[in-house]
Ligand binder design. Structure first.
Ligand SMILES: Cc1cc2nc3c(=O)[nH]c(=O)nc-3n(C[C@H](O)[C@H](O)[C@H](O)COP(=O)(O)OP(=O)(O)OC[C@H]3O[C@@H](n4cnc5c(N)ncnc54)[C@H](O)[C@@H]3O)c2cc1C
Length: 374
């Protein structure tokens, strides 16, 4: 038996769940298919950074649209997702880095974006009192913050289900095909069909796109995170060091999450990752050296998630360049958690009205036309 839906969404990360919810809000009844469980991969294990700071200009409109949703996330999801907005601060450790910050803010201003502010050494020390005295300033994005990733993704999935989405977890979408103008997908013992198919399959989305004739230069990567024992309160905002692969934030319970982009090894076929302890050691040593308060802390846990990274570090958010009714929403390249709420809204808008007012032209899949998959 074939079950009819208004749309089939492959992937229950924050992106698939957000699109499912926003389609429901527009009166559609989608089916969401997740091979493991919603939030099992990048969306549930990331650093929770809700950051407009330091984004590529091409994705800033999407990021701003997301931020407007984040600020009212409790109204949308009936769950505050532990969202707080103490800001995010990019620290310049020397004058050369501060010059680069100055150029960056000027460039954003030329494009009409004002969310990043250049800050002096005094303002930096007000925001991050424990920062080394030698740091001459940086950039702050004051509306930014953090949220609980697993809780947020689950809240999107739960609300979508409550508003009428059919959710299937623990079954992979297979045999994805277009027949008689409809998309058909097998999932476990069931077959679903719909005029719309959304490829939101995270690190597995490249294969789906390639199988449907749109290969993209995307690879799976495994960003790593670690968490320390409790230390006295010393930072409120998320802190990013401009010149190093390092970011960190302190939770209300005193523990500190350290990340920033060092990679382990992903095994997407088996859902496994292997950590690179030497790189984790490097990150921990840097934080411990910069912040005296951290010197007695120990690392209590480390992990990695499987994430899709595009060659140009920009996501694919667009309709297919080849097939009617096919939409792509993947490749978020280590910074897609913050984009989840807004991207789902934009996808639902495109699917139901054929257009969106949020500029996403530079994120189209046809930027890779003629390329092969990597
Ligand atoms: C350690 C780490 C830290 C990060 N920190 C941040 C941060 O602080 N801020 C930020 O903005 N971003 C961050 N990111 C990036 C962010 O987590 C991701 O960009 C985002 O979660 C991607 O969401 P997604 O829905 O596209 O993918 P995913 O969460 O990977 O979801 C895709 C889902 O598709 C499912 N799937 C795949 N194939 C199939 C199939 N055939 N059938 C059914 N289901 C399928 C998978 O099981 C998976 O659950 C981080 C990522 C990691 C790994």
């Amino acid at each position: 038996m074939i079950t009819r839906a208004d749309a089939i969404i492959v992937g229950g990360g924050i992106h698939g769940c957000s699109t499912a919810l926003h389609l429901c809000l527009r009166g559609l009844r989608p089916v969401l298919i997740e091979k493991d469980y919603a939030g099992r991969h990048a969306s549930g294990v990331n650093a929770g950074g809700v950051r407009q700071l330091a984004r590529h200009i091409a994705e800033i409109p999407l990021s701003i649209r997301s931020m407007d949703i984040w600020e009212n996330i409790g109204d949308l999801l009936d769950d505050d997702c532990d969202f707080d907005n103490h800001g995010q601060v990019l620290v310049a450790e020397n004058e050369e880095e501060l010059d680069a910050c100055r150029d960056r803010v000027a460039e954003l201003n030329r494009h009409g974006f004002t969310h990043e502010e250049l800050i002096s050494a005094a303002e930096l020390r007000r925001l991050v009192p424990a920062v080394a005295e030698t740091c001459p300033g940086g950039i702050v994005s004051r509306r930014d913050g953090v949220a609980n990733p697993a809780r947020t993704t689950t809240a999107f999935r739960r609300k979508a289900g409550r508003l009428g989405a059919t959710v299937r977890e623990g079954v992979a979408a297979t045999n994805i095909r277009q027949e008689n103008g409809l998309w058909r997908v097998d999932a476990g013992g069931e077959t679903f069909e719909a005029p719309i198919l959304v490829n939101a399959a995270g690190a597995w989305a490249g294969r789906i796109a390639a199988d449907l004739g749109e290969p993209v230069p995307m690879k799976a990567v495994a960003p790593m995170l670690m968490i320390t024992s409790r230390v006295p309160d010393f930072i409120k905002p998320v802190v990013i060091l401009r010149g190093r692969k390092l970011s960190f934030k302190q939770f209300r319970n005193g523990t500190v999450l350290i990340g920033g982009g060092h990679l382990g090894t992903p095994y997407p076929e088996t859902n496994e990752t292997v950590l690179d302890w030497a790189k984790l050691h490097e990150s921990a040593e840097t934080v411990f050296a910069l912040f005296a308060v951290m010197r007695n802390a120990t690392i209590v846990r480390a992990w990695a998630g499987i994430e899709a990274r595009m060659e140009d570090d920009l996501p694919v958010v667009s309709r297919s360049s080849k097939h009617e009714g096919l939409y792509h929403q993947f490749g978020f390249s280590l910074h897609g958690f913050q984009l989840g709420p807004g991207t789902g809204a934009v996808m639902a808008e495109m699917i139901t009205t054929g257009k969106t007012n949020t500029p996403i032209n530079d994120l189209a899949i046809d930027r890779f036309t003629g390329r092969s998959a990597v």
